[in-house]
Design a protein around this ligand. Structure first.
Ligand code: SAM
Length: 308
């Protein structure tokens, strides 16, 4: 037998038989695994494409250089729509308002010098709710503007609802965001808080109200600042300046005197755990029982009030 195995002819026959067996096994395996492998390849390609798209979307919507990411979950939008319906009584247009607000926020922030402050829900809530509350006139006062991007977006939203806006802004525009009693970290945008920056963002609004906005540099508690902008009745007042209890209380007392009958006061960051003084000031203000302002409700972290 060993001599037989050493025989070259036998070796050749055995080799070709083994080769034939190998080929048969390979063909059999290939027959059963080919569909599976093809499916895996297709899946891998699809996952690659999805990751690529997600990466690009992430560049557009992630939290880099702004207050946070701008990728709301469906449940967040549903909650926002429900809250807006409750506050405005408008069941028909709340969702449209939120979608338009979201698009406006993304577009404005993409080109802004700086950012809009706050969560996606709170910003879209303010942009969508104010026009649905049908303010009695287009005079808008924003106390605390930071970079002016929100104000710019708001005048667009109010204009969409058929109200020609006229914008007044009060902010110290001191180079950085001022908040009494809080240590201010560097802004995620790296952009200074200055009038030229606010003007650049108002120009993005592209309408007369934004381009011709009146900017009153200073603190809302300053009598000279108050005198300069108390020349009209405002249909909408956004209170978003000094977030301390004393600062908000003082702003609420003032805005009551300059808000038009039927006008809307939006108290930003109300109920936000980071700014407990805002809710406290509102509660105290309403507890006096003598206020012209009636609380309509809350959307995200903003309270909405209407003046008698
Ligand atoms: C939260 S930021 C405003 C954000 C802006 N409304 C937005 O939606 O993007 C607060 C701004 O109010 C300014 N501020 C602080 N104290 C103020 C005061 N007493 N009067 C007016 N503005 C004040 C801050 O310097 C800052 O620019």
């Amino acid at each position: 037998m060993p001599s037989l195995l050493r025989n070259s002819l036998t070796k050749r026959v055995l080799r070709s038989a083994l080769t034939a067996m190998d080929q048969r096994v390979e063909r059999g395996v290939a027959r059963t695994t080919r569909p599976l492998r093809t499916e895996l390849d297709v899946l891998r390609r699809e996952v690659d494409e999805m990751q690529q798209r997600q990466y690009a979307l992430g560049l557009l919507l992630d939290g880099t250089a702004r207050s946070g990411h701008r990728m709301p979950r469906p449940a967040q939008i549903d909650t926002l729509v429900r809250q807006i319906k409750d506050v405005s009584g408008d069941n028909e247009h709340a969702r449209r308002g939120v979608v338009v607000a979201y698009r406006t926020l993304i577009a404005m922030e993409a080109l802004a010098v700086g950012r809009v402050a706050g969560s996606t829900s709170n910003i879209c809530g303010k942009l969508a709710t104010v026009p649905l509350l049908s303010p009695p006139n287009g005079n808008i006062l924003e106390i605390g503007t930071l970079y002016g991007v929100f104000a710019s977006a708001l005048v667009r939203m109010v204009h969409r609802a058929g109200i020609e806006p006229d914008l007044t802004i009060v902010d110290p525009l001191a180079g950085l965001q001022l908040q009494p009693g809080t240590a201010q970290n560097a802004d995620p945008t790296g952009t200074p808080v200055r009038e030229d920056v606010v003007r650049a963002n108002l120009a993005l609004g592209g309408n007369r109200a934004a381009l011709e906005a009146r900017i009153q540099q200073g603190f809302s508690s300053d009598p000279e600042v108050r005198a300069a902008v108390s020349d009209r009745e405002y249909g909408v007042i956004i209170v978003d300046g000094d977030h301390s209890m004393e600062g908000v209380a003082s702003d609420l007392e003032w805005v009551e005197q300059i808000v038009a009958s039927g006008g809307i006061v939006v108290l930003d960051d109300c109920g936000d755990k980071a700014w407990p003084g805002v809710q406290e000031a509102l509660d105290k203000h309403l507890a006096t029982g003598t206020s012209r302002l009636e609380l309509l409700g809350t959307v995200a972290t903003s309270a909405y009030l209407r003046a008698a």
